[in-house]
Write a protein that binds this ligand. Structure first.
Ligand code: PHE
Length: 505
């Protein structure tokens, strides 16, 4: 077996920025603010912070720690625990791979909108506001009636997707050294843009009403199980855990460098960004309510609808700076998305392949780029959105939760969390105690399984997901197939002999 010299971050800041960049993404802008509004306003912060502290941070410490200890990405780390566990390192690699195939398409839409914003292509004023939905589904996506009506790709989006992959490739083919440096810029730029968008939002008429909706506390909600479900599911999603990448990023941490505090800084930076993004989003939602004289229930404040329909509505209606605000908002999404995308493509997929097969970095990154781009063509077709939705549910919900829970159980009950903790403690600013072992053994996997069962199996098991029909199959069937096939591939990969050993410095 060839001994590879492991690449290293060039310092602590580049590493932390790369990790923050992977964690903050589209979800901070279009998922967190809406969940806060939906689940008790300011009160939602209580289950959220609890979830962050008892699940998110310990889990991130585990992923960083595993990478650092074993000097390998996820499959190699699990192989280090026992050959029979290696498959459990590959499953999140598939999760990361499938996520990046469609995440990049959403980044391509963002670019499409950054371009269209220059002329506010969907129209200005009331007419633009009314036409924003048709513009997205009709003009941009050319959406068909269902998942089996694919049609040709939308060429404009396909071209932009190629561009997005070119950017990702150029950043990742030189590895952690460049990723760290680029991440510092690509994290700071959206922070600045969010501040600008916040100032624009808050100075619009109606902004305060929107913020009241965002943050007015409702303590009654804490008794409901849904709130806890929502908070825990958001924690799992937002920190980019359960998809192999953080293990690889952890494996580039120098032998003498900190692990624990970096997890804490990354997690809190992510939460703070989400909380702040909520101000930019909800001040704008308040403006739309007033400008169009509609109740908040009629303003789509979450998901794709928020980014690609609601925000364009606001851009049309704004009293000034319309095109500029549109361009900045979509460039912000582009920048937020790109740091998460190269994290997935490089840490999630390319590094495990390099570790396993001894491929050069250029070979691994090129193969990942080309194959992921080709899969992504599916989502650029007219039926692409339906597939994007199903794949997202399969991997970004089930995949990351299930693989995350299993990883904690294996570390917790097979490998032993104490060994990992002591290894990380040796060089960390903050030493963690034996309580962490129990969080990894019980609390984190328990929380993740709770989310999968309550929000997943109990729904998709009863009814076909989203009512999609693909021949004789429904949406949920496609989800189970994706999970099953990726699991089988993971097991098969683990039978192949590993060509390299974990490298030193
Ligand atoms: N953490 C990213 C976000 O909040 C989302 C993400 C999830 C990115 C999964 C990559 C993979 O948007």
């Amino acid at each position: 077996m060839a001994e590879v010299t492991r690449e290293r971050w060039t310092g602590r800041a580049p590493f932390i920025f790369a990790a923050i960049g992977s964690a903050i993404g589209l979800g901070n802008v279009w998922r967190f603010p809406y969940m806060t509004y939906e689940y008790g306003g300011g009160t939602f912060l209580i289950p959220y912070i609890i979830g962050l502290i008892v699940m998110g941070i310990p889990w991130m410490m585990m992923e960083f720690g595993m990478g650092r200890l074993f000097q390998r990405s996820a499959p190699g780390a699990f192989e280090g625990i026992g050959k029979k566990w290696e498959w459990l390192g590959w499953w999140p690699v598939w999760v990361a791979f499938l996520i990046v195939t469609y995440y990049t398409v959403i980044i391509a839409w963002s670019l499409r909108y950054a371009i269209s914003s220059a002329t506010v292509e969907w129209g200005m004023g009331q007419a633009g506001a009314e036409g924003a939905g048709d513009f997205f589904f009709g003009t941009v996506l050319q959406l068909s009636d269902g998942p089996t009506a694919l049609g040709p790709p939308v060429w404009f989006i396909l071209g932009l997707l190629a561009f997005v992959w070119l950017v990702i490739f150029l950043i990742m083919f030189r590895g952690a050294r460049i990723i760290g440096k680029v991440s510092v810029v690509l994290v700071i730029v959206p922070w600045i843009l969010l501040v600008v968008l916040f100032i624009r939002g808050i100075t619009l008429p109606g902004a305060l009403d929107g913020l009241n909706f965002y943050l007015t506390p409702d303590f009654a909600v804490l008794g409901s199980i849904d709130v806890w479900f929502a908070a825990f599911s958001q924690i799992a999603f937002t920190l980019s855990l359960g998809m192999a990448g953080m293990v690889a990023y952890g494996s580039f941490i120098a032998r003498k460098a900190d692990v624990n505090n970096s997890a804490i800084i990354t997690s809190f930076s992510d939460a703070a960004t989400a909380f702040f993004a909520g101000f930019a989003v909800f001040s704008t939602v308040g403006f739309i309510m007033q400008a169009m004289n509609i109740p908040i229930g009629d303003v789509s404040a979450s998901g794709l609808g928020l980014a690609f329909v609601t925000y364009p509505v606001a851009v049309s209606m704004m009293p000034g700076g319309n095109a500029l605000v549109g361009i900045l908002f979509f460039l912000c999404l582009f920048s937020l998305g790109t740091t998460s995308a190269y994290f997935l493509a490089y840490g999630g997929v390319a590094v495990p392949l390099m570790d396993k097969f001894g491929w050069s970095r250029i070979k691994a990154t090129l193969i990942v780029t080309i194959v992921a781009f080709l899969v992504g063509v599916l989502y650029t077709t007219q039926g692409g959105l339906y597939w994007l939705d199903m794949v997202d549910r399969a991997v970004c919900f089930y995949g990351l939760l299930i693989t995350g829970a299993l990883a904690c159980l294996v570390i917790g009950w097979v490998y032993g969390p104490r060994k990992l903790r002591e290894h990380s403690n040796e060089t960390s600013d903050i030493k963690i105690g034996a309580w962490w072992d129990w969080l990894i053994r019980l609390v984190v996997p328990g929380g993740l399984i709770f989310v999968v069962v309550v929000g997943g199996f109990m729904k998709d098991g009863k009814e076909q997901y989203s009512g999609y029909e693909i021949g004789a199959l429904g949406g949920s069937d496609i989800i189970w197939i994706i999970l099953g096939v990726t699991l089988i591939f993971s097991i098969l990969l683990s039978f192949i002999k590993t060509k390299t050993t974990g490298g030193g410095e």
